[in-house]
Design a protein around this ligand. Structure first.
Ligand code: ADP
Ligand code: ADP
Length: 229
């Protein structure tokens, strides 16, 4: 499970701006696919189409051979985890925010799952206690802290597909290595699409997709891209 395929996808935003043109690629189960390209190239738009914030204007997106439009939203949610600094915060406690997406999870289940995921070092390193009340609008969390919450949330789910907007914010060395370790663990065994900002992440990917002005201009393994350049 976890094959994700774009089949001639074109997408125009509601204002008519064509942000993606004729995109085709396949992320095979368990592969890591890096998206690179300058700002405005369309990387975030690709990511917005996968959880169906928008649907393609033409073309299809297939998850394990099924058009995303044929899946229920509940099934889509179960299959796709998003890690991003803009991850939605909800009113409740830190624990409830981490458990979000596992609707039935109790605090005990969350902590047990965190241990199972061998993520306890990471979870323990969250800067806030489990019981801290979250006020979504209060600017209570830094970008790095939101990223950590978002990673912890994704760790507790078995979604076969992971969308990762690699953190760009400068972090201290310890947080940086903690987050790197957590992200590597998270990507393991999942089909991972990453908006890559670090060279190490790009080199570590099975497929590199270079975008420019809404199109794929290069696609291949690191070795293939080197050969062609
Ligand atoms: P990237 O993630 O590569 O920086 P984006 O996918 O965010 O690129 O943006 C691709 C293009 O789509 C940009 O030109 C951007 O201005 C435009 N765009 C993004 N969001 C919207 C929107 N909601 N409405 C209209 N145009 C948008
Ligand atoms: P999770 O992705 O782990 O379920 P979120 O609360 O971050 O947790 O996301 C809930 C749903 O909202 C996601 O499955 C996805 O459909 C959508 N979503 C959240 N954040 C983003 C984002 N930054 N970009 C695109 N979709 C998002």
């Amino acid at each position: 499970a976890g094959q994700l395929r774009f089949d001639d996808v074109t997408f125009a935003y509601p204002n008519g701006y064509v942000a993606l043109e004729d995109l085709s690629f396949t992320a095979e189960p368990g592969q890591k696919v890096a998206f690179v390209g300058r700002s405005g190239a369309g990387k975030s738009t690709v990511f917005n189409l996968i959880p169906r914030l928008y649907d393609p204007t033409s073309g299809r997106i297939l998850l394990d051979g099924h058009d995303l439009r044929e899946l229920t939203l509940a099934s889509l949610r179960d299959q796709i985890a998003v890690v991003s600094q803009e991850s939605v915060l909800l009113t409740g406690t830190v624990a409830e925010n981490i458990g979000f997406g596992r609707r039935t999870a109790t605090r005990e289940e969350i902590e047990a799952a965190a241990r199972d995921a061998a993520a306890d070092r990471f979870i323990r390193a969250l800067p806030l206690g489990y019981d801290t009340p979250v006020v979504p609008s209060a600017g209570q969390f830094s970008g790095g802290e939101r990223q950590r919450l978002s990673i912890a949330r994704a760790m507790l789910r078995d979604a076969p597909v992971l969308l990762l907007d690699e953190p760009t914010s400068a972090l201290d060395a310890e947080s940086e290595s903690l987050i790197r370790g957590a992200l590597d663990k998270l990507a393991h065994g999942r089909t991972t699409l990453v908006i890559a900002h670090r060279l190490a992440t790009i080199l570590d990917s099975d497929l590199i997709i270079v975008m420019d002005r809404g199109r794929i201009v290069e696609k291949g393994t690191h070795a293939e891209l080197l050969e062609r350049s």
